[in-house]
Design a protein around this ligand. Structure first.
Ligand code: 3PG
Ligand code: MG
Length: 396
């Protein structure tokens, strides 16, 4: 990893613009998951502890360049104060007078959160004038928002070219964990890719094929591969227009000596409904009126056996319709197997993506993997092998 880190950087007495990702899940006006806030807290504590004046920048949701009151960062500033156990002030705009006044009255070690950067159209446009207005507020730029690093926005990319810029500790940890998983992994290394659509994960599958020894395909995506291979999948979710693509991926895996692992059995039901009557069938015996909604026990056992042989595992996407029990069984069993191998010291495990993190929480093992990324889209783009503009701007 070649990004510039905070090691040896003199931040005392300096105004540090710290880009974080406070784009946390909110329901009925309440923050439902503090992870992203908790995970940036150490960087803020370090900077503040060294006497920096920490000016926090973030987006929240997608206000599309307008001031949308419901998308204010004020509640996140309050939550950040609670997590840090200290006073955190809030300024009602991220540029101009409100920001300038809040910053002018800061003492060394203080923390101020500025209002949603996406209230300004210049943010997403990566407008140089907007980036300069942000840059004028500080002396050093620290980007700790790996989860927003796939966006080339003013506060994630443009700003990095205008001030001395460094990766924060969370950004550094994310990059280190991801590099250990795919750039220089201990082998054998497997990737597990689930979720519903092949079409959204094509680039990802293509990139992973060249990097891993085993590629496990789960979720409804597997149905498309099964159907492409001539299996009858009944009424299961699948993408008929992706069969040729799936066939090509199967051929590429063979040629590249990557073992593609598809389900050998399935849990089926007439429809996706909680508590539905289920049947376990072999993968070549899916009834015409049934839907595949989870991996069957033989498939799960095969994955558990695989985990026992692995040194490294990267996981994105649930194996079944885990949000609707009993179709959470395979995902939960697999999550626990991964957690057990990790805790026993046999396996380095990295997972990311919103659904995957929810599935790990649901299985009660979210804290037991080697590394859980805070990123969704950025994690996917990284798995696709793409250059993330927010990382590249830090020298990475
Ligand atoms: C995320 O939650 O994935 C990041 O905060 C980026 O948000 P965005 O998808 O609205 O750019
Ligand atoms: Mg998003």
């Amino acid at each position: 990893m070649t990004v510039r880190t905070l090691d040896g950087v003199a931040v005392g007495g300096k105004r540090v613009l710290l880009r974080v990702d406070l784009n946390v899940p909110v329901q009925d006006g309440k923050i439902t998951d503090l992870s992203r806030i908790e995970r940036v807290a150490p960087t803020i504590q370090e900077l503040s502890g060294k006497g920096a004046r920490v000016v926090v920048l973030s987006h929240f949701d997608r206000p599309k360049g307008k001031r949308v009151p419901a998308m204010t960062l004020a509640p996140m500033a309050t939550a950040l104060g609670t997590v840090l156990g200290r006073r955190v002030r809030f300024a009602e705009d991220c540029i101009g007078l409100p920001a300038q006044q809040a910053i002018a009255t800061m003492s060394d070690g203080d923390v101020v959160v500025l209002e949603n950067t996406r209230f300004h159209p210049g943010e997403e446009a990566n407008d140089p004038a907007f980036a300069r207005a942000l840059a004028a507020l500080g002396e050093i730029f620290v980007n700790d928002a790996f989860s927003a690093a796939h966006r080339a926005h003013a506060s994630t990319e443009g700003l990095a070219h205008l001030l001395p810029s460094y990766a924060g500790r969370l950004m550094q940890a994310e990059l280190t964990a991801l590099a250990a998983a795919l750039t220089t992994p201990a082998r054998p290394v497997a990737a597990v890719v689930g979720g519903s659509k092949v079409s959204t994960k094509l680039d990802l599958l293509g990139n992973l094929l060249g990097k891993v020894d085993m590629l496990v395909i789960g979720g409804a995506m597997a149905n498309t591969f099964l159907a492409a291979g001539g299996h009858k999948v009944g009424r299961s979710l699948q993408e008929a227009d992706m069969h040729a693509t799936a066939t090509a991926i199967i051929a590429r895996a063979k040629a590249g000596q990557c073992t593609l692992i598809l389900p050998v059995d399935a849990v089926v039901a007439p429809a996706l409904a909680a508590g539905a009557a289920t049947t376990v069938v072999a993968i070549d015996a899916v009834p015409a009126d049934a839907m595949i909604l989870d991996l069957g026990p033989r498939s799960v056992a095969a994955l558990e056996a695989m985990v026992g042989q692995l040194k490294t595992l990267v996981w994105n996407g649930p194996l079944g319709a885990f949000e609707t029990p009993p179709f959470d069984a395979a995902t939960t069993a697999f999550a626990r197997a991964v957690a057990t191998a990790t805790q026993a010291g046999h396996l380095r495990s990295i997972a990311g993506g919103g659904d995957t993190v929810s599935a790990l929480r649901h299985a009660g093992v979210a804290e037991q993997l080697t590394y859980l990324s805070t990123a969704g889209g950025a994690f996917l783009e990284w798995l696709e092998g793409k250059v993330l503009p927010g990382v590249a701007a830090l020298g990475g």
